[in-house]
Ligand binder design. Structure first.
Ligand code: PLP
Length: 416
């Protein structure tokens, strides 16, 4: 029988039948028809320590038997309190607001920034964002993200933001100068950026020095700096958070994906005390008016606490460094081959472009590459002609090699 399910980011007219996944373990998915597929993109960048990590599974089971869900207005619970305390310690930020996805964590960040200025009696009307950014698919998150094929039909719903050019290698000063000018002329409420790596925008990478300078420019002009660490957080760039590499603490930070190790949907937006304080008032109109039904769901929070315990107990950063070194060896080999260009890496994120005449998200190469990788039992989901890897940190070297072999054979397979 035909399934009634409408899948995300899927053109059903042309997409192959979805792989029916029965179970998952470590870095692998096991399908109903008996295939073992290496999950080289950590199931949309969420799985950090591996699928079904026993410590997280046990925490979920125990929490589900004790407290499954409770309204979070006027109530609190142990997993949320423990998680918030630890997040504050890790990020250097002061307050934690819970939500359920990366997109909602960005919506919350935007609202916090506008609420801050509004409640201070100095309302601001603009936002700045980095060109090629992707921040999610809700209206605010789409508005601050790059305009293009992802959001063209929804254009009338989106608000305008000032765009700061991506800091291309060698042209970083141009980015900083334009940020300076826009901060001075527009007095924006905030500037939002993905630190070090722009994910869905094409795995575009820039340096920690530029990130630090962008934060400094914002500071000089009293503009809030929002770091969207939804993808870069939880070790992806080589440190727990990308901002660490620049030695900066954002005014507002968005975290999701690997927050629960990839097991449950949960997100947080953390902010500095002054943003919370601007909402602290005997005037109830200054309340932060945001919620969703499952805010700080106890089972998801327990999964996140267990995730952080794994960070404390297991050599996660060493695993990340090992994957980075493996990427370097194999990327070098690919870069020497015909058909590839622009090899790059930050932490566990490796990317390379296939040299094609029609580059970009809608490149013809995209679906062909996807099919090629499926045939080789590898889950890679190229962004057009950009092939990238973002594996779970437990991936076995032999599996990572198999992924690289599949990539190496892609140009020939596409020519056939
Ligand atoms: N922000 C960034 C940087 C992302 O990469 C993503 C998703 O890929 C999001 C926000 C949206 O997260 P979600 O898909 O959980 O809504």
């Amino acid at each position: 029988m035909k399934s009634p399910i409408w899948h995300p980011f899927t053109q059903h007219a042309t997409a192959p039948e979805p792989a029916w996944v029965d179970r998952a373990e470590g870095a692998c998915l096991f399908t109903k028809d008996g295939r073992r597929i290496v999950d080289a993109i950590a199931s949309w960048w969420v799985v950090t320590h591996g699928h079904c990590h026993p410590h997280i599974v046990a925490a979920i089971r125990a929490q589900a038997e004790r407290l499954d869900q409770v309204i979070f207005a006027g109530h609190t619970h142990e997993p949320a309190e423990r998680l918030a305390e630890k997040l504050v310690e890790m990020t250097g930020l002061d307050y934690v607001f819970f939500s359920d996805s990366g997109s909602t964590s960005v919506e919350v960040a935007i609202k916090m920034a506008f609420g801050y200025w509004h409640n201070r009696g100095e309302p601001r009307r603009h936002l700045l964002a980095l060109e090629h950014g992707y921040h999610g698919d809700t209206i605010g998150a789409m508005s601050v993200g790059a305009r293009g094929v992802f959001n063209e039909p929804y254009e009338p719903l989106l608000f305008e933001v000032g765009r700061i050019p991506f800091p291309e290698a060698g042209n970083e000063q141009k980015t900083l100068d334009l940020l300076e000018v826009q901060c001075r002329l527009q007095s924006p409420a905030a500037f939002i950026a993905e630190p070090l790596v722009l994910g869905a925008g094409g795995m575009l990478m820039y340096g920690a020095d530029t990130l630090r300078e962008m934060k400094r420019v914002c500071e000089r002009h009293g503009v809030l700096f929002i770091a969207d660490e939804v993808m870069t957080g939880w070790g992806r760039t080589g440190t727990v958070f990308a901002c660490e590499q620049a030695g900066i603490v954002p005014d507002i930070g968005c975290y999701a994906k690997g927050l629960t190790g990839g097991s449950m949907p949960l997100a947080v937006t953390l902010c500095k005390a002054e943003i919370f304080d601007a909402h602290w008032s005997s005037d109830r109109r200054k309340t932060f008016f945001h919620s969703s039904s499952y805010t700080a769901n106890p089972i998801a929070c327990a999964a996140a606490v267990a995730n952080l315990e794994i960070w404390d107990r297991e050599p996660v950063l060493e695993r990340i460094a090992t994957i980075g070194a493996h990427h370097d060896r194999r990327l070098k080999d690919l870069a020497d081959r015909r058909g590839f260009t622009h090899a790059r890496r930050t932490g566990t994120i490796a990317a390379i472009d296939l040299d094609v005449p029609d580059s970009g998200y809608l490149s013809d190469a995209g679906p062909k590459l996807y099919a090629h990788f499926q045939e080789r039992k590898v889950l890679l989901r190229p962004l057009g002609n950009t092939i990238y890897l973002m594996p779970p940190y437990c991936i076995a070297p032999a599996d990572l090699d198999a992924v690289y072999e599949a990539i190496a054979s892609a140009p020939d397979s596409l020519r056939r």
